[in-house]
Ligand binder design. Structure first.
Ligand code: SAM
Ligand code: MD0
Ligand code: SF4
Length: 364
């Protein structure tokens, strides 16, 4: 995007359509502009979504991308206040064997999914012995010939080149908020900079990265605008927003949940400001029912597709629509076709990833 002085005009007025016009003409949106866009209601909100769809379609055409989700260990040594899997929550947990994980990934690949997202809590078992089991799992899945995202939490800098070498394309680690004070209340005893640097180190090692924000946790409008602009400036190839879903047994279990409009508007604003990024339409907040509204807000990528009947969980919605097959590959593909779109083939997606990886390849 052009800098403020390079654009054809600097955004100064506060009308939503004026801001959209200015951005379309190359101006850089300010934090105030983003707050204004996020405040859109009624007709103006529809205008925001329509603009986001147009930008998305210009960027990706009829293609939508589909990521399978394999939450392979729900053990975690952290105690995030918003998370069901926090250390002190007494819940049933599981850890899948490398063989089972590889077989799940193979099912996803055969079903035509573009990428497998290997996610875990910060499981001591996986962190032991310099992440040896995690690396074994990643290389086993890579041998299937499928693109991989890893979401293993915050690891030592030294691990990044090994994770890349094992076959990871995308490293996902979400700051949740870029307000340090709020962060310290959410990710208890987790250093802000250490988490931020995960994406810097992953990129240095040659991996694409994803950052994400959550809404509904007491953040201000300015915090949301700041998160969006910071995620854009970080140059992460994928950026996301998820609405907080209260979890039983956690300190925030009684926090009044928000509806999904702020997430939808955040998706639209991210799309309009940063047209070329992958932006998820997660099934992990409102299940399969929430897929269309997210795509209609400008998302490009359906995430949290889960294989049924394999005792797998989601993160924000541990069970929703999983065993019924509502979050299964076939069901998602059918719904996408009903929208006049098509899931990119693995080859189509791979050639996009290859180009992006080429851009960040470490210099010898
Ligand atoms: N444990 C790793 C980590 O925290 O980075 C990877 C998985 S973590 C479970 C993935 C993300 O799910 C979190 O960063 C957060 O954005 C989201 N999440 C967790 N609990 C949530 C909740 N209750 N509502 C909405 N999103 C949630
Ligand atoms: C999702 N449940 O995409 C997944 C998760 C981790 N990389 C992603 C939050 O909704
Ligand atoms: Fe653990 Fe991730 Fe949940 Fe935090 S968000 S408690 S790190 S699984």
């Amino acid at each position: 995007m052009l800098g403020p002085l390079e654009g054809s005009c600097k955004v100064t007025t506060l009308e939503i359509s004026d801001i959209l016009d200015a951005v379309r003409n190359g101006a850089q949106a300010t934090s105030q502009d983003v707050v204004k866009l996020l405040s859109a209601e009624g007709r103006e909100m529809e205008e925001l979504f329509a603009e986001a769809r147009e930008v998305r379609d210009r960027q990706f055409g009829k293609h939508v991308f589909a990521y399978g989700f394999v939450y392979f260990s729900t053990y975690c040594h952290n105690n995030c206040t918003f998370c069901y899997y926090r250390r002190t929550n007494s819940i049933d947990r599981y850890r899948k064997s490398p063989e089972e994980i590889i077989s799940l990934a193979a099912d996803l690949k055969d079903a035509g999914i573009d990428l497998v997202d290997l996610t875990m809590g910060e499981d001591e078992h996986m962190y032991a012995d310099d992440y040896s089991e995690l690396l074994e799992i990643i290389s086993g899945v890579k041998k299937l010939g499928i693109s991989i995202m890893a979401s293993p939490g915050a690891v030592k800098k030294e691990a990044m080149p090994k994770i890349k070498a094992a076959g990871v394309d995308f490293y996902a680690v979400y700051q949740e908020t870029h307000n340090r004070d709020l962060y310290s209340k959410l990710r208890l005893e987790q250093d802000f900079d250490f988490r931020y640097n995960q994406r810097v180190w992953a990129r240095e090692a040659g991996m694409l990265t994803e950052d994400g924000m959550m809404v509904g946790l007491g953040e201000s409008m300015e915090d949301r605008a700041d998160a969006i602009l910071t995620m854009g400036a970080e140059k992460c190839e994928q950026i996301r927003c998820m609405t907080f879903v209260p979890q039983a047994g956690t300190p925030l279990q009684t926090l009044e949940p928000m509806d999904s409009y702020m997430e939808l508007k955040s998706i639209a604003v991210m799309r309009i400001l940063f047209p070329d990024r992958f932006i998820p339409a997660t099934l992990d907040v409102e299940g399969i029912e929430g897929m269309k509204s997210r795509l209609d807000a400008g998302a490009s990528t359906i995430t949290s597709i889960v294989v049924p009947h394999r005792h797998l969980a989601g993160v924000a919605q541990p069970e929703k629509d999983i065993e019924s097959g509502g979050r299964s590959v076939q069901h998602v593909f059918d719904l996408v076709a009903d929208m006049g779109k098509r899931i990119a083939t693995q080859n189509e997606f791979r050639s996009m990833i290859d180009k992006l990886e080429e851009r960040i390849r470490p210099k010898p």
